[in-house]
Design a protein around this ligand. Structure first.
Ligand SMILES: Nc1ncnc2c1ncn2[C@@H]1O[C@H](COP(=O)(O)OP(=O)(O)OP(=O)(O)O)[C@@H](O)[C@H]1O
Ligand SMILES: [Mg+2]
Length: 351
């Protein structure tokens, strides 16, 4: 009786904890949560004990706007846990929100992913934090594999597939075949560095200081990886370094492209190097099928066309770049046959 009850009510969750965003897939429901990986904290008294005052989008609104005593924290850095305690609080909060939305109440079984190139210790930390945050069982799937599965690439076939996941803090390039990762390269060059390049450009060209959020907004509103005939512009509000006063500056997409170009070139170089290391039969498959780019930063205007031109291989943008990884974890939860075929790195139960 108990066994049946707990099985009936137990939920299964796919958890993509990224540097920038956390996405949760609940079995039989789909993606139910997508929130920034940010926590806002108030430090209390002399002892410095901490009280969490906001998570996710509420906390992200506070970034760069906090008074003394309040700070915003990104618990993950470049795809790995930087602050274990805050990651635990954040995951606990998001899991209970996701489960609440899906109407099931027991502690869940969680499929969680990590970048393929992280150390064993970093992988174990992800399992530990997921269990500490309330999961009754946790297992790890490598992120490029989950991404390719989520996109619907033929990962189990004797055929080479290349997936490039460009997130906020990491860019991972992987070649998959026969249900496994043949080759994987990663760099810390991703969306956040594009924002930093815009911040530097504003400082150098206009002596204007802007914050991280403004830089990200510029990237999304006028950023492009390709020069176009129709230049987009945006009015940027910042502070003039010379007189310290607020200033509005009109910025065009060409200038933003010039600033971001060195970062985009590094992403091109990583993909090129991976292609060079790939066995020839698999390269042939990749050229036939095309490379798929995913992750939030893959949505940069014109990036797929620019990469295709630079690499001489067709490049397609995934349909739901922010959800590919969570959807892949979802497929593993929905289809037991997938779980048997996927390489599960670490699997552990609480207690
Ligand atoms: N339309 C857009 N154009 C360009 N960049 C975008 C767009 N939308 C989101 N981004 C960028 O995507 C990045 C976040 O992507 P994603 O959510 O995939 O990262 P993540 O999974 O949290 O990070 P990581 O995988 O590196 O740990 C941010 O840098 C964000 O600015
Ligand atoms: Mg990611």
């Amino acid at each position: 009786m108990f066994g049946m009850k707990s099985k009936f009510f137990s939920s299964e969750i796919g958890l993509d904890i990224g540097t920038t965003n956390t996405v949760i897939y609940v079995k039989s429901k789909g993606v139910v949560l997508n929130e920034p990986s940010v926590v806002a904290v108030r430090t209390l008294g002399r002892k410095g004990s901490k009280e969490i005052i906001a998570f996710g989008s509420d906390a992200k609104k506070m970034v760069g706007r906090t008074p003394i005593g309040i700070s915003t924290i990104n618990p993950l850095s470049h795809g790995v846990i930087a602050d274990f305690e805050m990651t635990e609080h954040m995951i606990r909060h998001y899991i209970s929100t996701a489960i609440g939305k899906s109407g099931v109440f027991s502690s869940p079984r969680v499929a969680v992913c990590v970048p393929a190139n992280v150390t064993e210790v970093e992988k174990r930390a992800v399992v530990e934090v997921t269990l500490a945050a309330g999961a009754k069982e946790a297992f790890i799937v490598e992120e490029p594999f989950a991404a390719a599965l989520g996109i619907g690439m033929p990962v189990y076939e004797p055929q080479g597939c290349m997936v490039v996941n460009i997130g906020g803090g990491t860019c991972e390039v992987a070649v998959l075949s026969l249900g496994g990762i043949v080759l994987n390269n990663a760099t810390r060059v991703a969306g956040k560095l594009l924002d930093d390049a815009i911040i530097s450009m504003m400082r150098q060209n206009y002596t204007v200081v802007i914050g991280d959020r403004t830089a990200e907004e510029i990237k999304i509103s006028v950023g492009t990886a390709l020069q176009s005939d129709q230049e987009l512009t945006v009015d940027v509000r910042g502070r003039d370094l010379v007189d310290g006063l607020p200033k509005v500056t009109k910025i065009g997409s060409d200038e933003v492209l010039e600033a971001m170009d060195p970062v985009i070139v590094q992403i091109e170089d990583l993909i090129r190097a991976t292609l060079e290391q790939t066995p020839p039969e698999l390269v042939r498959d990749i050229v036939d099928q095309g490379i798929v780019i995913t992750g939030g930063a893959s949505q940069l205007r014109g990036l797929n066309l620019r990469l295709a031109d630079a690499l001489n291989v067709p490049v397609h943008l995934a349909e739901q770049p922010l959800y590919s990884v969570a959807m892949g974890l979802g497929k593993i939860l929905e289809n037991p046959s997938d779980k048997n075929r996927v390489s599960i790195l670490i699997e552990r139960q609480r207690g």
